[in-house]
Design a binder for this molecule. Structure first.
Ligand SMILES: Cc1cc2nc3c(=O)[nH]c(=O)nc-3n(C[C@H](O)[C@H](O)[C@H](O)COP(=O)(O)OP(=O)(O)OC[C@H]3O[C@@H](n4cnc5c(N)ncnc54)[C@H](O)[C@@H]3O)c2cc1C
Length: 168
């Protein structure tokens, strides 16, 4: 599995310049040791945590899929699932009318099927991202209450997991 550490740009830059040993100690401390001693086994990479949505999911004989069409912060594990959904939609359209592959009508249908879904994920995940970044005691309390509710209320937890898998 990969671990994503979200922080301010200055903190990320500082961590990237640390030695591997110091970084290993920092991630173990920050994760409160819940996974034991952590050690980096690949290169450290840094990504801006942003949301982006293309106005159009197609151009002439071209369909935009995955991050060419939408970018969401890695909260709720939506990016890849959303991308696989794009491919599935294109495959369904291609199977339904093989002679129309790449034609404007097919590409418009793809756009109409996928953009609203991507837009709702961009809005939802963007709100979660802002909630996770909000500072101050009230925001911290609201976050703790929300996480506690997800932990305690099984139907709510299941529903969120299904959302994360893209089932709902
Ligand atoms: C830190 C992080 C954590 C994430 N965690 C999750 C998660 O837990 N669950 C989830 O569902 N999604 C997650 N995502 C999102 C997921 O990784 C993306 O949605 C998915 O990889 C998008 O697929 P893609 O093919 O569009 O882009 P990519 O997977 O980025 O593939 C693009 C490829 O194109 C190559 N490339 C770029 N430019 C060129 C060029 N000029 N010529 C040739 N090749 C080129 C790149 O090297 C790359 O291999 C995460 C993303 C990030 C950044």
């Amino acid at each position: 599995s990969a671990v994503v550490w979200m922080d301010r740009i200055s903190a990320i830059k500082e961590m990237q310049s640390q030695s591997i040993e110091a970084f290993n100690a920092a991630i173990t401390e920050r994760s409160a040791g819940v996974l034991g001693q952590l050690e980096v086994i690949t290169a450290r990479t840094a990504w801006p945590i942003i949301s982006q949505l293309s106005d159009h999911f197609f151009a002439e004989r071209t369909a935009f899929i995955a991050e060419a069409a939408h970018v969401v912060p890695p909260i709720g594990a939506q990016g890849l699932n959303l991308s696989l959904g794009d491919i599935e939609a294109l495959l369904d359209l291609a199977k339904a009318a093989p002679a129309q592959i790449g034609e404007a009508d097919m590409l418009k249908r793809y756009h109409q099927a996928r953009r609203p879904i991507a837009q709702s994920r961009v809005l939802g995940v963007g709100a979660l991202n802002r909630a996770s970044k909000a500072e101050g005691p009230i925001a911290a309390k609201a976050r703790a209450l929300g996480l506690d509710a997800i932990h305690r209320i099984t139907p709510l937890r299941r529903q969120l997991m299904q959302l994360g898998l893209g089932i709902r």
